[in-house]
Design a protein around this ligand. Structure first.
Ligand code: SAM
Length: 280
């Protein structure tokens, strides 16, 4: 009979947040697969748990996945732990879960901290409807596409970010969502320097021009206001030229009208400019 995979949530900063059930499971399984074995060893040492550890992370998940599945198929019980928080949330755990399902191996969860959810509840922004957006890509074009794809979402958005990329991310969000949008920058959750900065994107961009972000961050962004969402594809039935002319008739300069029409249509400004001036 196959063993079981336990997805064990571990603290995101405060060791006191580990559940007694998590410690019980870590002490009982045959093997612990950890995203960061050194970090997990600190947790195990603190609670005097001695267990075989193996690494399972983004760069070895293919070969290690097969190895862990073979152990599970041979009746061993395995615990999966992330470097912090809940496995399979922005870490390769989701691949192992999928492999277990494909191989008809039982998976269960031992719940605990998740940075995104704790940041959301501290943000003061609506919690009724929200979406987890994870990390933005490091690729500039993919980041823009991601932000453009969610800019009209009316629910609250949750992003993870590394401190050295925070300044650029806030600036990209300011461009995509507009400077008035509210955000909460939640850092160092459950740690000594836990802090929540609640402000607008304009204020956050100005703040990080002067201050270097330090520590781990979750960014919570207010959803779009219904009033700010353009009517669904209102420009679908009009030509690019008519689209630009509509903004000029509303009082914009031709340069700004081209810029706005390009943003509406998610097209490069140059294409809209050329189309507008074609045949002149
Ligand atoms: N599995 C984790 C979870 O359950 O939240 C997330 C892992 S993800 C690789 C790491 C990211 O989570 C960090 O870059 C940061 O955005 C966020 N994070 C983790 N711990 C945090 C903390 N104590 N305070 C704020 N953000 C944290």
């Amino acid at each position: 009979m196959s063993g079981k995979l336990y997805l064990c949530a571990t603290p995101i900063g405060n060791l006191g947040d580990v559940s007694s059930r998590c410690l019980e499971v870590l002490g009982a399984v045959d093997l612990i697969a950890a995203e960061d074995t050194r970090r997990t060893l600190q947790l195990l040492n603190h609670f005097e748990i001695s267990k075989p550890l193996t690494s399972y992370h983004e760069h070895n998940k293919h070969e290690k996945g097969g190895y862990i599945i073979s152990l599970l198929q041979n009746g061993k019980n395995v615990a999966l732990v992330s470097d912090a928080g809940t496995p399979a949330i922005s870490d390769p755990g989701e691949d192992l879960v999928r492999l277990c399902i494909e191989n008809e191996i039982e998976v269960t969860s031992v719940p605990g901290p998740v940075a995104g959810i704790n940041a959301l509840i501290l943000s003061g922004l609506p919690t009724k409807r929200f979406a987890f957006e994870g990390f933005l890509s490091v690729n500039k074009r993919h980041r823009k596409e991601h932000l453009d794809a969610v800019k009209n979402d009316t629910h609250t958005l949750i992003f993870y970010e590394a401190p050295h990329k925070l300044k650029n991310t806030v600036s990209d969000m300011q461009k995509a969502f507009g400077g008035d949008r509210k955000i909460a920058l939640v850092r160092e959750l459950t740690k000594l320097h836990e802090e929540v900065k609640r402000c607008t994107l304009d204020e956050a961009a100005a703040f990080y021009e002067e201050n270097n972000p330090r520590g781990e961050y979750v960014i919570i962004v207010e959803g779009a206001a219904e009033a700010d969402i353009p009517a669904e594809n209102e420009w679908d039935g009009i030509s690019i030229r008519e689209h630009v002319e509509k903004y000029i008739a509303e009082g914009l300069s031709s340069k700004d009208a081209v810029k706005k029409a390009a943003a509406d249509r998610n097209l490069p400004k140059r294409d809209v400019y050329n189309e507008y001036h074609r045949g002149e």
